[in-house]
Design a protein around this ligand. Structure first.
Ligand code: ZN
Length: 234
C-alpha cells in the first residue's frame, strides 16, 4: 500500500510515504507519514508533532484529514471513508464536534502513554476513556486484507466511526503487557511514542534511519563546534 519512500524530512517522525488511499476529489488522498507506533492507537497519538511546544503541528487539521489518516492506517475501508465524507459535508458542525472529540481523546491517550512510561497512576485518566468506550455500540468487525491479515470494517453511518478503532486498540493496549514496553523517541525535536519490542528495551528512535541519523549528525556537528572553540584547538 505504501510506496515512494523519499528521504525528505517532515516535522515529526516521518519519512515521506505516498499511499493509495484515494478518497473523494475534495479529500486528502495521501498520508505522508510513516506509522511507527506499533499500535493503531499510538499512531493516532503521533498525529501531532511536538505537542505543547512552539513548534507544535497538528496533522489532523480537519475531519477530512482524520478520515485520510484512518484509511491510510488501515482503520477503515475506502468505501466507508467515502460515505463518512459525504455525511460530514452534509453536517459540518457535527463533523467538527467529532474532530474536537478526537483531538481531546488523542491528548488523553498521550497522557496515558507518558504516564505508563514512568509507571505512574493511570486511574485519573481512565474515566475519560471509559466515557468514550460507553458510546461504543458497534462491535469490532473484521475484513480480510491482502496479502494477509485483517483490517477493521466500519458501516459508514456514524461520523464518530474514526474513533472506534482507536478505542478498540487502546483498550487492548491498556490491558496488555505491551503497556509496560512503551517508549518515546529520544531525538530533541520528536516526541513520537511507540511500543519497544526489543529484548533489552534499547529502542531510542522512532525510526533509526530518520530521527536516529539526523540526531547523530546533529550531535557530531555540536561536538565539532565545541571542540573548535576549546582552548586546546586554538
Ligand atoms: Zn523521532
Amino acid at each position: 500500500m505504501a510506496k515512494g519512500i523519499s528521504k525528505e524530512r517532515s516535522p515529526a517522525n516521518a519519512i515521506i510515504l505516498t499511499t493509495e488511499a484515494h478518497l473523494s476529489a475534495n479529500a486528502q488522498t495521501s498520508w505522508p507519514h510513516r506509522f511507527i507506533g506499533g499500535a493503531l492507537c499510538l499512531d493516532f497519538v503521533n498525529t501531532i508533532d511536538l505537542p505543547g511546544t512552539p513548534k507544535e503541528r497538528n496533522l489532523l487539521a480537519d475531519y477530512d484529514a482524520l478520515i485520510a489518516w484512518s484509511v491510510a492506517r488501515g482503520a477503515m475501508p475506502t468505501a466507508t471513508a467515502e460515505k463518512l465524507l459525504r455525511l460530514a459535508k452534509a453536517a459540518p458542525t457535527e463533523a467538527g464536534n467529532v474532530l474536537a472529540d478526537a483531538l481531546a481523546l488523542r491528548g488523553t491517550i498521550r497522557q496515558l502513554a507518558e504516564t505508563a512510561q514512568t509507571h505512574g497512576e493511570l486511574s485519573p485518566l481512565l474515566p475519560s476513556i471509559n466515557a468514550h468506550l460507553a458510546h461504543l455500540t458497534f462491535p469490532p468487525r473484521l475484513l480480510s486484507r491482502e496479502p494477509g491479515g485483517a483490517s477493521y470494517d466500519l458501516p459508514g453511518q456514524n461520523l464518530a466511526e474514526p474513533l472506534w478503532p482507536v478505542l478498540w486498540t487502546l483498550s487492548t493496549l491498556l490491558v496488555s503487557d505491551d503497556l509496560g514496553k512503551l517508549g518515546s523517541c529520544h531525538a530533541h525535536d520528536c516526541q513520537a511514542i511507540f511500543i519497544d519490542h526489543t529484548n533489552n528495551r534499547s529502542r531510542i528512535w522512532c525510526a533509526s534511519d530518520l530521527c536516529g541519523n539526523r540526531e547523530r549528525v546533529r550531535r557530531a556537528y555540536r561536538a565539532k563546534q565545541v571542540k573548535g572553540t576549546s582552548p586546546d584547538s586554538r
